[in-house]
Design a protein around this ligand. Sequence first.
Ligand SMILES: Nc1nc2c(ncn2[C@@H]2O[C@H](COP(=O)(O)OP(=O)(O)OP(=O)(O)O)[C@@H](O)[C@H]2O)c(=O)[nH]1
Ligand SMILES: [Mg+2]
Length: 373
Amino acid sequence: MRVLWIGFGQAGGKIVNSLMGMNRKLYDAIAINTEEADLDGLRNIPETVLIGRYALKGRGVGANIELAASIAEKALSQMMDQIDIRVRKFDPEAFWIAAGLGGGSGAGGSYVLANELNRVYRGIPVYGLGVVPSTTGMPTDKESLSLSNCLKSFELWSHYFNNILLVDNQQFEQNNVTRESVEQMYNRANEKLAMMLTTLLEAGEIRPSPQEVFSSSEIKATLGMIGDISTIGYCSETIKLRSQPWRKGIDPGTHELESIIERSVSESALTFPCDVTGARSASLVVHGRPEHLYTQAISRGRTRLEQLASVSKVRYGDYPDRKTNQLAAITLISGIQDMSRLDRMRTRVEELAWEPAVASEPYADGVPEVSPV
Ligand SMILES: Nc1nc2c(ncn2[C@@H]2O[C@H](COP(=O)(O)OP(=O)(O)OP(=O)(O)O)[C@@H](O)[C@H]2O)c(=O)[nH]1
Ligand SMILES: [Mg+2]
């Protein structure tokens, strides 16, 4: 599917930069920010737009969603002019705006832009990719701001996008890797996410066409037009190559493939953790060497996904690839119902709102008696 990616804010820009690094033929991209420095270094993105230059002098909105939305409102024609040039050249089948929900520029600017894109380009869906912040190791004031921004912007976004793909940074944290910096963790998350999405979006484009083609219309049908929330699951195994017998890997049979498909929707494999039961729709792509795409295993795997997500039919596409050393299942689940991760976040914000009050009350056990001198 030809996607015009729009990276809004720092997280959005970096994610879109990673996506462009995966497939420059299938994608086009633009990065938008209120902070000039964050637009530098996005080497794969052909166009960048600095908004609010006069009000902010290129120094950003500092996590203020309302300010970001009002700056974006005023900069609509500046952004739309650049987008229009790219639409004419590239003829996208979808817009997809990526941004961190916990910040300011991307969280507040994206939904304003989505609204305008929907108004101007009626036939082209506008999808969102929202990054849910991880707050491990954050001081509590920053944690509180990040979480409440996320809840606030998610609520705003849900009125303006045809679908919102949620990506939770917490899912990419590795408990066993202690020496990884936050920056390194973000980069790893961006690369993995870009790989997952690109496998899904380019499966229908490979030539010669595979047995079962996963077309753009099927992706669009899975995502829908009514603001559903989606998550992507990914599970892969390295396969043992005859040419490299010393390397570790599996010799996959039908049972292994079935298990890979099933594990792709386990909570830890999803970009946004949830119970997938009660979803509205789902699609599966199996990526691997042609000889490993066992029809029977795929059919049983699909049936299993239909049971797990309680959807009537899982759409499917093959992604045969003679060069890969992996066998992987990528599952897109849309219209998810379980938002308990966000409910926990709400509880945490309430908890944090109480903490400073308790801390600033020095006489929690009552005012001590002070005898007059
Ligand atoms: N996955 C991922 N998440 C990121 C990355 N950079 C930042 N984030 C997350 O996104 C949230 C929002 O941060 P930014 O994208 O920096 O915010 P912004 O949109 O630039 O907004 P302001 O800087 O506040 O104007 C952060 O709290 C992080 O949780 C990244 O490269 N990858
Ligand atoms: Mg920023």
